[in-house]
Ligand binder design. Structure first.
Ligand code: SAM
Ligand code: FES
Length: 332
């Protein structure tokens, strides 16, 4: 059976029985053959931690009264993007809670200004309606990141009160139809999540033809209802990510920040187990600390310039190169 025709039972075997080193080596080989040694960098701006949702796992959920809330002004946001572009980032990612202060008109103004910097632009602002997604796309947004989180409908509805899995799925389809590069993904180690459901998640992501897969461990946040859960392990997350690479050889797969929160070399380990993208945080000052989805977030006291050079050194230390272009999905 070739990698990209793996069936559910082979996926489960890879996730559980196959020696981890062997799986990582295979994913690393497939990554090298399909997308080469370049590691693409994306500058991540976390521009608001205000959210209308109450996801049980998330540190910035509406119900967490301990969070000091912030939202950047349009000017701050665009300035942050300019500085990231000046540091050499050719993709900017804008992420926030679901904060409707950033309505269609405001988002389009921001997108328009950032696109003048001659960068690729990724949005990660959650569920919006078709008109918003279309307007953002027309304004110049290139990519959209929205994790499905899990394909276990019951688990999703337990973890995301007031939300609908079917609606999130529809959002993914709309985004794809509008011609964005589509990024999605899951958390690994959610309470009640099974290895069978993770295999289904991976097959789902393949089925909807994603261009980018963000896979990270769930890390319990002390100010959430899941504070006492055990969370995902680095190995579970790396294994899942490696199998994703086998299933979809040429997509973009980031070494997620949550992996490095569990282990000081987490992102490097991920880059050697199938990943080919890193998303350094280019948010500035206090905001870095206040966007706390989970505890142990890395680099909260660093500057964007420091993070850019630190990750550059790490990447080169394992014999990889920094991607020079925008690093979109090759098939496009
Ligand atoms: N609001 C947007 C959305 O929902 O797509 C983007 C922001 S949301 C905070 C980004 C991602 O953070 C989620 O899709 C989820 O997978 C991840 N996340 C949230 N809480 C987490 C936790 N405790 N541990 C690990 N990842 C978490
Ligand atoms: Fe909205 Fe986490 S609950 S971003």
């Amino acid at each position: 059976m070739t990698n990209d025709t793996l069936d559910r039972s082979s996926i489960i075997e890879l996730l559980t029985v196959t020696p981890a080193d062997e799986l990582y080596r295979r994913a690393d080989e497939v990554r090298r053959e399909a997308v080469g040694d370049d590691v693409h960098l994306r500058g991540l701006i976390e521009f608001s931690n205000i959210c209308r949702n109450d996801c049980l796992y998330c540190g910035i959920r509406r119900g967490n009264r301990q969070v000091q809330r912030y939202r950047m002004t349009e000017e701050e946001l665009v300035e942050t993007a300019k500085r990231a572009a000046a540091l050499g980032f050719q993709t900017i990612v804008l992420q926030s809670g679901e904060d409707l202060h950033f309505d269609q008109a405001r988002m389009c103004r921001i997108i328009d200004q950032i696109k003048r910097l001659d960068v690729a632009l990724t949005l990660s602002v959650g569920e919006r309606d078709y008109e918003d997604y279309k307007a953002f796309r027309d304004a110049g947004a290139d990519r959209y990141l929205i994790r499905i989180e899990t394909t276990d409908r019951d688990l999703y509805h337990r973890l995301n009160p007031g939300m609908s899995w079917e609606h999130r799925h529809e959002c993914l389809l709309m985004i794809r139809e509008l011609g964005y590069e589509l990024g999605s993904g899951i958390m690994v180690g959610l309470p009640g999540q099974t290895v069978e459901s993770i295999a289904d998640d991976l097959l789902y992501l393949k089925d909807i033809c994603i261009d980018m897969a963000g896979i990270g461990p769930f890390i319990p946040h002390p100010e959430t209802p899941l504070a006492n859960e055990s969370g995902g392990t680095l190995e579970q997350a790396l294994r899942t990510m490696a199998v994703m690479r086998l299933l979809m050889p040429d997509i973009n797969i980031p070494a997620t920040t949550a992996m490095e929160s569990l282990h000081p070399q987490g992102r490097i380990m991920a880059l050697q187990a199938g990943a080919n993208v890193v998303m350094p945080n280019v948010t500035e000052g206090e905001y870095r600390r206040l966007y706390e989805l989970y505890p142990g977030k890395i680099c909260v006291n660093d500057t964007p310039a420091h993070c850019r050079s630190c990750i550059g050194l790490k990447i080169r230390s394992i014999g990889r190169t920094i991607g020079q272009g925008r690093g979109g999905h090759k098939k496009r």
